[in-house]
Every structure is written in structure tokens, then in C-alpha cells.
Design a binder for this molecule. Structure first.
Ligand code: ADP
Ligand code: MG
Length: 395
């Protein structure tokens, strides 16, 4: 086992070269895609995941145990030279143990900040970057007065544990306050109320930062959610260049302000006036960066490996316009069927669909099973393919 690094300078002086074993907490699709790239680059992988045959466990060694199993985490630390994670809800005890027993270049501080919306917003603001107005909520009385201050509509969210729109409620009328409070307070989580941003669109910027402080970002993606689950990423985003430039600057400012290492995905709202508000952060590869796999000179997964290993960061140039569409459980059968035959629609539209599947056994409704990167001459032809296949229709 590698001796823990004493400080960032030591880490920076010693890149982790191919041959190193990378331990990944979590064996889902993000871990799998990190490993697919990392293995190509000559790294080995071991994962800890509670589900046997996890997406990453299918292609790497797996320790099957609960995420808060400290003994299993110790085993992971023994097998790996460096540890990363593919989700932010890492148990605090496990994070502390891993930091002590192994090398976790991303650090537990970044997790501590990003696993709690109030801490995250405070850190973003401290970096001089705007978020939507918000209030901490500890009672129905506080919610009532905060809603009056911020104005309706508002979004009440649990500060921890939310994903894909879970753990949040949009409040449009005063009469909805009590029910929203009861539902979310019953989770036991702390709550935060945000002003509802009437955004023109949502974008995200994924920045990579090395232990020695170098930063490089991917081109911003325009993100379309359906039922709060990411449906499409469109790149280049259909937003003025000046706004995209500013978005990139803000994302890099947040990454530097948080001393982030590895990838930091920064989700933002863009208003009609071109104002930007950061919505939330993810200290890991992000669904809205899957487009990079074929459309950029370096994928977000390769970049993550480079960043945590303190290698030079890869170029992030966009090679082609691209539309990424998520494949959820209810889309899987038709998508797979389509890929068994020539895609005349794609040929007519002049696009090249690249299918990625995560190896999950059960295709549950709304479960992310894979995605397709549609490489196209212009993003409209990619969007036309999504519409004309009718696989993603909402009825
Ligand atoms: N303050 C807000 N104003 C407007 N829309 C919001 C706001 N907060 C969340 N949303 C919508 O809900 C989606 C999911 O919320 P988010 O905070 O990103 O949680 P999750 O962890 O589920 O991704 C956002 O992508 C956005 O479409
Ligand atoms: Mg989100």
C-alpha cells in the first residue's frame, strides 16, 4: 500500500503512472466508464459495491459489501494505490478511513461540501459565484416566512441525499407549503428553500483540476430534463458564446475555490437575460459529460483518471456537434432492437449513433441503462433522430 501523501506538493511531485491500481467506491456506470478508459491507459481497477456483478464489477475486481462497511473499505484501501468515488454520498467514517489508509486525492473535504446543499451553496458563494436566492428551513414557520421573502414559486429540497429530482417539491401556491414541508421533513433531512429560477435553459460545465492546481474544462452542454431526469445533452449549447465563456469561467472559479481535485460538474441555470446561477455540483464524472466519449479529444473519464493521477490534463476540443440521449429502462428494448439493423434514419440525417450500455441486469422504469451519443453535422439533425425514432415520446 502506498504511504499517504503528506500534502499537495508531495502528491504533485509524483504522478501515478500506468500500472497503478485505482480503487473506486461505487460500481455503477460512472465507475465502469472510468475503468473502461483507465484500463485502456494501463491502470487496474478494484471496486466496492453492494450489488454483485455491478457495472464496474463486471470488468474489474469487486469487493461486494455495503458502502458504510468499514472493514470492506479497509480491504479496498489495501488493494488500491489511489482511491476515487463515483457518487458523493460516501459515508463520513469510510471517507476518513480511506484518507488515512490510502491516497484519496479528491479529499474528504470536497465530499463534505458537495453532499450537503447548504454547505455547497455557501462554498459557491464564497468563490464569488451566484446561486439562486435560498434559505435554510427548520420549521413550517420558517418555510412560510422564507416563501414570502423569496416569492412563489419556490423549490423546497432536502439538503442531502437527493438525485434525479427526488427529495424536492415545487411550491406554486401558499396552500401547498404545509404538505411540501410535511413530506420532505419526514425524511429527517435538513431542508433548503430556493427561489424558482425561470431559466431559458440549463447548462453544465465539467472542469477537471489536478492536485497541483491545473484546470481544464469541457465545452458546456445544454441539458434537457424530463421528469427531472436528464434526457438530452446538446453540444454546442444553443446559448451565446459570451454566456458560455462566462459559464466556463464560473465553473473554473468554483473548482479552484473548492480546491477540487478530479472532475467537478457544475450545473447552471441560464436566464433569458443571460444571467447564470449555479444550481448544484457533482465532484465526479457527470451524465451531462457522457457526450465527451466520442465528441471530444479526451473523454471526461480519461480526464478524471488524468486529474486524480496528476498526469497532464488532456485537450478538451470538441470534434463534432453531438446530442447525447439517455436510455432509461422503458427505452431499452426498442433501442437494442434498433441497433440490430441498419439505421436508415441515421443515414438519411447524416448522423452516427454510438450506443453505450451499462450492463445492468434489471431494466426498471426511469433507471439509467445506457446512453447514445449522436455524432452529427449540426445538433438539429441529432434532435430530429431522437424525435423521429419515437422511442422517447412522452404519452
Ligand atoms: N431553483 C430552481 N429553479 C428552477 N428549477 C429548478 C430549481 N431547482 C431545481 N430545478 C429543476 O429540477 C432539476 C433537478 O434539481 P437538482 O437541484 O439539480 O437536483 P438533482 O439532484 O435531482 O439533480 C434541475 O435540473 C431543474 O430542472
Ligand atoms: Mg441536478
Amino acid at each position: 500500500m502506498r504511504q499517504p501523501y503528506q500534502n499537495e506538493q508531495t502528491a504533485a511531485a509524483k504522478p501515478l503512472l500506468p500500472g497503478t491500481t485505482i480503487g473506486v467506491l461505487g460500481g455503477g456506470q460512472l465507475g465502469r466508464m472510468i475503468a473502461l478508459e483507465g484500463v485502456r491507459m494501463g491502470y487496474s481497477f478494484v471496486t466496492l459495491d453492494p450489488a454483485p456483478q455491478s457495472p464496474l464489477g463486471q470488468i474489474a475486481e469487486q469487493i461486494t459489501a455495503a458502502y458504510d462497511d468499514v472493514e470492506a473499505a479497509r480491504q479496498l484501501a489495501e488493494k488500491a494505490d489511489v482511491i476515487t468515488y463515483e457518487f458523493e454520498n460516501v459515508d463520513a467514517n469510510v471517507a476518513a478511513l480511506l484518507e488515512e489508509q490510502s491516497y484519496v486525492p479528491q479529499g474528504s473535504r470536497l465530499l463534505y461540501t458537495t453532499q450537503h446543499r447548504l454547505r455547497e451553496k455557501a462554498a459557491i458563494e464564497a468563490a464569488g459565484v451566484p446561486v439562486a436566492p435560498y434559505r435554510q428551513i427548520r420549521s413550517l414557520e420558517e418555510l412560510t416566512s422564507a416563501a414570502a421573502e423569496l416569492g412563489l414559486p419556490c423549490v423546497l429540497k432536502t439538503a442531502t441525499g437527493g438525485y434525479d429530482g427526488k427529495g424536492q417539491a415545487v411550491i406554486r401556491r401558499e396552500e401547498e407549503l404545509a404538505a411540501a414541508y410535511d413530506t420532505l421533513a419526514s425524511t429527517g433531512a435538513e431542508l433548503v428553500l430556493e427561489k424558482f429560477v425561470k431559466f431559458a435553459c440549463e447548462i453544465s460545465v465539467i472542469a477537471a483540476r489536478t492536485p497541483s492546481g491545473r484546470i481544464k474544462s469541457f465545452p458546456p452542454a445544454e441539458n434537457v430534463h424530463v421528469n427531472n431526469i436528464l434526457h438530452l445533452s446538446i453540444v454546442p449549447a444553443r446559448v451565446p458564446d459570451e454566456v458560455l465563456k462566462r459559464a466556463t469561467e464560473l465553473a473554473e472559479r468554483v473548482a479552484a475555490g473548492l480546491n477540487a481535485v478530479g472532475l467537478l460538474a457544475v450545473e447552471m441555470f441560464v436566464t433569458e437575460e443571460g444571467e447564470l446561477y449555479v444550481n448544484e455540483l457533482a465532484p465526479r464524472p457527470h451524465n451531462s459529460g457522457h457526450y465527451t466519449m466520442e465528441a471530444c479529444t479526451t473523454s471526461q473519464f480519461e480526464q478524471h483518471v488524468r486529474a486524480i493521477c496528476d498526469l497532464p490534463l488532456g485537450e478538451t476540443t470538441l470534434l463534432t456537434p453531438v446530442v447525447m440521449v439517455n436510455v432509461l429502462g422503458q427505452h431499452l428494448e426498442e433501442v437494442i432492437g434498433r441497433f440490430g439493423q441498419p439505421d436508415e434514419l441515421a443515414e438519411d440525417l447524416g448522423i452516427v449513433p454510438k450506443l453505450h450500455l451499462y450492463g445492468k441486469s434489471e431494466a426498471k422504469v426511469n433507471r439509467k441503462m445506457g446512453h447514445i451519443n449522436l455524432l452529427c453535422a449540426d445538433v438539429q439533425s441529432g434532435l430530429d433522430w431522437v424525435e423521429k425514432t419515437k422511442i422517447w415520446r412522452q404519452d
